[in-house]
Ligand binder design. Structure first.
Ligand SMILES: *[C@@H]1O[C@H](CO)[C@@H](O)[C@H](O)[C@H]1NC(C)=O
Ligand SMILES: *[C@@H]1O[C@H](CO)[C@@H](O)[C@H](O)[C@H]1NC(C)=O
Ligand SMILES: *[C@@H]1O[C@H](CO)[C@@H](O)[C@H](O)[C@H]1NC(C)=O
Ligand SMILES: *[C@@H]1O[C@H](CO)[C@@H](O)[C@H](O)[C@H]1NC(C)=O
Ligand SMILES: *[C@@H]1O[C@H](CO)[C@@H](O)[C@H](O)[C@H]1NC(C)=O
Ligand SMILES: *[C@@H]1O[C@H](CO)[C@@H](O)[C@H](O)[C@H]1NC(C)=O
Ligand SMILES: *[C@@H]1O[C@H](CO)[C@@H](O)[C@H](O)[C@H]1NC(C)=O
Length: 231
């Protein structure tokens, strides 16, 4: 399936890319930290601080390609990646009210270092959720969530309009806009059940005096604060 995407072209445009979602498009540059976004825009659910846009790109009704650059910030030597879709216009910005529909199982990205790194990820055929049917002209938003090593999440979106496969308005997918860099790796995510539901053990805490001390300490700052108010 892949070689057909890899036309005989150069990848020279990669170096000049300033976007995070490189295909099929991006809501806009949200790599900002400023007075309005002191923690950085991208941490803001659902789309990294950028509201719904109207300059949509076309994307196939059968699902399509998605490419992005995951390494613009430090802290992603390992990252978890989620790809979701939202539909409808019930959100406060007139977009989807949620992005709670996964398009892929989450996967892990293995980056070359914990600093910022270049490189792109290309998912050539991201499907729609099982049993979803979208029609040409329907609007939706694709969301990429990147979970950093400390558990916080970075959000980026692209607003799309569905089009029939082969519609010339769908931007071409090729090796310069959809490519897996060789310095990035991937891993599947597994979980191992250690305690099935209903089997949780509880240590006997009745005699554990440290529990009461901890609870009491929890109130202490409140009391101190109240005392200050009385002075
Ligand atoms: C939409 O416009 C914004 C602002 O000009 C731009 O940053 C963004 O890349 C555009 N998105 C698409 C999909 O063309
Ligand atoms: C899709 O969004 C565009 C603006 O981005 C709007 O003009 C159009 O009416 C919307 N289509 C539907 C079916 O809601
Ligand atoms: C996004 O839309 C919300 C709801 O309309 C609005 O309160 C907010 O100011 C908008 N944010 C930006 C950055 O335009
Ligand atoms: C998410 O959005 C969809 C589409 O608008 C809606 O049908 C669904 O009920 C929403 N789910 C939640 C949990 O809000
Ligand atoms: C990039 O790697 C991902 C994860 O292994 C894979 O699903 C995808 O097909 C690859 N893309 C290309 C263009 O080979
Ligand atoms: C998809 O539709 C089929 C046929 O109606 C149904 O059997 C199946 O359970 C559905 N799958 C999901 C995940 O909804
Ligand atoms: C790849 O496709 C894009 C449109 O998505 C186009 O602008 C670009 O020129 C193409 N690049 C090559 C090398 O064909």
């Amino acid at each position: 399936m892949l070689p057909s995407l890899f036309l005989a072209t150069t990848a020279a445009t990669l170096a000049t890319a300033h976007t995070v979602i490189t295909y099929p498009g991006w809501r806009g540059n949200n790599l900002h930290t400023n007075e309005a976004w002191p923690y950085g825009m991208q941490w803001q659910y659902p789309c990294g601080g950028i509201n719904l846009t109207t300059n949509r790109t076309y994307w196939p009704t059968t699902g399509g390609a998605l490419a992005f650059q995951p390494g613009w910030f430090q802290g992603h030597q390992n990252a978890l990646l989620y790809v979701n879709i939202g539909v409808g216009s019930d959100g406060p910005d007139g977009g989807p009210i949620n992005m709670s529909n996964p398009l892929l199982p989450p996967f892990q990205l293995l980056g070359p270092s914990n600093g910022p790194f270049p490189g792109t990820v290309c998912l050539p055929q991201v499907p729609l959720p099982v049993n979803w049917t979208m029609n040409p002209g329907d609007n939706a938003t694709l969301q990429i969530v990147e979970i950093a090593m400390h558990g916080a999440s970075l959000f980026s979106c692209v607003d799309i309009t569905f089009a029939a496969p082969g519609d010339p308005r769908i931007p071409e997918v090729n090796e310069s806009n959809c490519l897996n860099s060789s310095d990035l790796g991937f891993a599947n995510i597994y979980s191992v059940t250690t305690t099935p539901i209903g089997a949780a053990a509880n240590m006997n805490v009745n005699g554990a005096s440290s529990f009461r001390v901890a609870a009491w300490l929890g109130y202490l700052p409140v009391l101190v604060g109240a005392a200050w108010l009385l002075i």
